[in-house]
Design a protein around this ligand. Structure first.
Ligand code: PGA
Length: 252
């Protein structure tokens, strides 16, 4: 049984005070113990948020990582720095980073290794654009992203990995993939993972769906056999909405 994982990606939102306010609301509630909960605030709020969620069910995640430990890399944040803050998860290869910051499968692969090498769990994001879906090359694109992002990752390290399928056309657009579409691609992702790591490992690895996840569609998404959680952007900025998402009714 894969333990569901619900993660909030705050993106470039919330200053320290706003972050504290949101986290205080989130920590006021108890959550079902059968699921993992992660929040990924901006770097500037990681310390404050980390203090507030210590000893709670909520784990700290970062939105990016650099792959060198230290040195002359102006503006970058190293794995050691994230570790120092108590970060346990790191989003890697988000489509916004691929699109706006020219991240490639090669650099993403280095980031996956950097996170794992410092005992943090990368949440590796993959997903196709609308043009790619319409051009019927969505599976090929996702396969390339997986093979590139997971190059030379050992079978042992496969246990320290979360995947997120995020079709670009569904991110922040209000246009969610139907739960069937999401499940189909996620099942395909699992088949590629099985080619890379073997079937047993592939069955262990958790794969989230991301893209306009809301309280209204989470139950349906989580009903799908291959969907193991959600990576939530916009709706994770509202405590009530994110809480409803975390508290979705178990229904597999
Ligand atoms: P969204 O973002 O929920 O606002 O669509 C998801 C993501 O980009 O991780």
């Amino acid at each position: 049984m894969r333990k569901p994982i619900l993660a909030g990606n705050w993106k470039m939102n919330n200053n320290i005070e706003e972050s504290i306010e949101l986290v205080k609301k989130l920590t006021r509630q108890e959550y079902p113990v059968d699921r993992d909960i992660v929040i990924c605030p901006p770097f500037t709020a990681l310390y404050a948020v980390g203090e507030l969620i210590e000893d709670t069910r909520i784990k700290l995640g970062a939105q990016n990582i650099f792959f060198e430990n230290k040195g002359a890399f102006t503006g970058e944040i190293s794995p050691l720095m994230l570790k120092d803050l108590g970060v346990e998860y790191v989003i890697v290869g988000h489509s916004e980073r691929r699109q706006f910051f020219n991240e490639t499968d090669e650099t993403i692969n280095l980031k996956v290794k950097a996170a794992q090498g410092h005992d943090m769990i990368p949440i590796l994001c993959v997903g196709e654009s609308l043009a790619q879906r319409e051009g019927q090359i969505a599976e090929n694109i996702v396969k390339q992203q997986l093979l590139g992002g997971l190059k030379d990752i050992s079978d042992a390290m496969a246990s320290k990995l979360v995947l997120a399928y995020e079709p670009i056309w569904a991110i922040g657009t209000g246009r969610t993939a139907t739960s069937q579409q999401a499940n189909e691609m996620i099942a395909y992702i699992r088949s590629i993972l099985s080619q890379i790591f073997g079937e047993d490992k592939a069955q262990e690895i958790r794969i989230q769906y991301g893209g306009s996840v809301k309280p209204e569609n989470i139950t349906d998404l989580m009903k799908q056999p291959d969907i193991d959680g959600a990576l939530v952007g916009g709706a994770s900025l509202q405590a009530e909405d994110f809480q409803k998402i975390i508290n979705y009714q178990e229904n597999k």
